[in-house]
Ligand binder design. Structure first.
Ligand SMILES: NC(=O)c1ccc[n+]([C@@H]2O[C@H](COP(=O)([O-])OP(=O)(O)OC[C@H]3O[C@@H](n4cnc5c(N)ncnc54)[C@H](OP(=O)(O)O)[C@@H]3O)[C@@H](O)[C@H]2O)c1
Length: 263
């Protein structure tokens, strides 16, 4: 049992990849976990593979549907006191800006930005009333700089930094912690689920993801950073060196980034 014992943690995007691994890790650490995403059958699978499935509750929701978020948050908040909200659901992009419709841009923002903002605004009053809570959100290294084939995705992740950095200033003295996580390359199916120029899942596994750290190692790094109360931290492998180069040697960094394979 770890330091999340008896905490109630609500995780979106819990049906696969990072969210699945984080749900299992928090549950292994003694937390009650509420898991959400659209695919109920995948959430059932995650629940049954958690170490303490009797401490796992399923709440399907669609982050693009304001009414779905509203209905599910009211139900959850009437039953649970949320200690930690983990905004993690997301969808990526693999299409050139010139070939991407504005509808696809909006869809990516609905999931990656507005979905998390609505979840946060729903849960925040309960945390403020209690005087404690922790809101953690999965951004990306692409939330720090742009990259090929990801203009809308990068923009949606950048927007998270503006929102959550502002929120932190408002609530940190009221007992609420706000954390942003910037993963690099994690070996999940995110590139297969990413929208192509037609707005359909690309179906392709990128080399960058295939060679990334495992979702389980990512979850281990995430729990360590969250437990340490970090405001923002990267998870991944060698690609995290980019954070240092981007900050202190931006011109060199941009040259290196330009030569990095898009997929
Ligand atoms: N893997 C990487 O290299 C990487 C790098 C940087 C950042 N990230 C971020 O990490 C987070 C998790 O991604 P992942 O790598 O674990 O990819 P993933 O395996 O594709 O997981 C994405 C999750 O988001 C959920 N989701 C997608 N659209 C949704 C919607 N409309 N409503 C509710 N849930 C939705 C999916 O569940 P359903 O399909 O069941 O709804 C799934 O659980 C994302 O925010 C992603 O941007 C990943």
């Amino acid at each position: 049992m770890g330091q999340f014992q008896n905490k109630v943690i609500w995780i979106t995007g819990a049906s696969s990849g990072i969210g699945e691994a984080v749900s299992k890790a928090f549950n292994a650490s003694g937390a009650t976990v509420l898991i959400s995403s659209r695919r109920k059958e995948e959430l059932e699978r995650v629940k049954s593979s958690c170490p303490f499935p009797d401490k796992v509750y399923i709440f399907p929701l669609d982050l693009t549907q304001s009414s779905s978020i509203q209905a599910v948050t009211s139900e959850v908040l009437s039953k649970f006191e949320i200690d930690l909200l983990f905004n993690n659901g997301g969808i990526s992009q693999r299409s050139l800006t010139a070939e991407t419709s504005i509808e696809n841009d909006r869809k990516i923002f609905e999931v990656n930005y507005f979905g998390h903002v609505q979840m946060t605004k729903a849960v925040l009053p309960q945390m403020l009333k209690r005087g404690n809570g922790h809101i953690v959100t999965t951004s990306s290294l692409t939330g720090k700089w742009g990259f090929y084939l990801r203009s809308a995705y990068a923009a949606s992740k950048h927007a998270l930094h503006g929102f959550f950095d502002s929120l932190r200033m408002e609530v940190e003295d009221l007992g609420i912690q706000v954390t942003l996580i910037t993963p690099g390359f994690i070996a999940t199916e995110i590139s297969k689920h990413a929208l192509d120029k037609s707005g359909n899942p690309s179906g392709e596994m990128d080399n960058n993801q295939a060679q990334g750290i495992s979702a389980e190692e990512c979850a281990r790094q995430i729990l360590a950073g969250v437990a340490a109360g970090k405001q923002e931290f990267g998870v991944g492998g060698n690609e995290l060196r980019g954070l240092f180069l981007h900050r202190y040697f931006p011109r060199i960094f941009r040259k290196i980034l330009k030569r990095t394979a898009a997929r």
